[in-house]
Structure formats: structure tokens, C-alpha cells
Write a new protein. Sequence first.
Length: 181
Amino acid sequence: MATPGFRPTHVVPGRGMPAWETPDPARPTVPLDAYLPVQLVERRGDWGHILCANGWSAWVDGRFLVAVPQDPPTADDGPLARTADPRPLLARTERALTGYRSAVEDLAAGGLDGESFHGRTHGVRVGVVVDGESVWLYDAEHGRWVYADGTRLSTYATEDAPRAEADPGPAPTQVVTPDGP
């Protein structure tokens, strides 16, 4: 039975994910099934406090949750809020790919040997998937994949484990849906 007013904001990734009783890696609980709809109710650093349709809650690595598309805003909702601008990451990706291509051209033309090619390309990491208006970019600077819809970026997956403590930044945020927290 679903909790009254439950509206999922995210789903668990296709491989499932571990969950914890508290935002503490030493307190694991039952792992979550793949594609389970959840509602993100709070963030603390990388940790996300989620609520399931049956009322059960847990802490997860919030960076791995997959956002559920929301209904488009109405005129009464005001202007869309923008998050991170994708253009700087696109520019870094383009520079890295241009540098790699230049090294490949020099290697193919005989201007570089294998060792020099390795030296020029060592540490270069680029990842891009473009599908119509959607793009997934690898942000090597932050070790994460991000998703962009043309106007904003959001983290899709990251290489880091969740941190035990929140960053000493702003206070934790609470996600509020139209039906309340």
C-alpha cells in the first residue's frame, strides 16, 4: 500500500543500490531493488534520504539516483530555475578531444612514436554520448558523468563513494513536492 501523497522524484538505478539506516557506511540495511520508485526528501552532502511508497525510508548515495521527469511547469510556476551551465564542460571536452585528435594525427603521420603518443595522451579522459537533445558528458575534473538537456547539468553517476560527513557548505536541503515535504 502506498503512502498517501507519495510522488516519486527518482528511481533506483538498474543495478539496484545499497542503503543505510543512517548516513553512515557502517550501518547498512536491505539493498534497494532496481528501478524502485523513491522520493528524495533530504540531502546531506552525497547522501540522500529517500522514502519508498510503503513508507519505509533509508539513506543512499544520492548521486546514483535517477531523476524522474516531472511535469512541465505551468505559467503560474514562474521561470525555470537554471542549474550548472553545460557550456564550460562542453568546451573542456572539446579541447581534450581536439588535443587527442592532434596526437592521433601526429602519430599517423609519423611525427610521434608510441612512447611520445602515450606521453601526450596520458591522463586524457573524455566521454560523450549525444542522443538528440540529450547529452551525457564525462566530467574528468570531478570524476562523474553528467546529463545535460541543453540548458542545465545534473550528475548522473560518479566514481566516488559517499562521504561519511557532509561538505562544510550550506545547511542540508529538503526537497519539497507540491504535496508537501
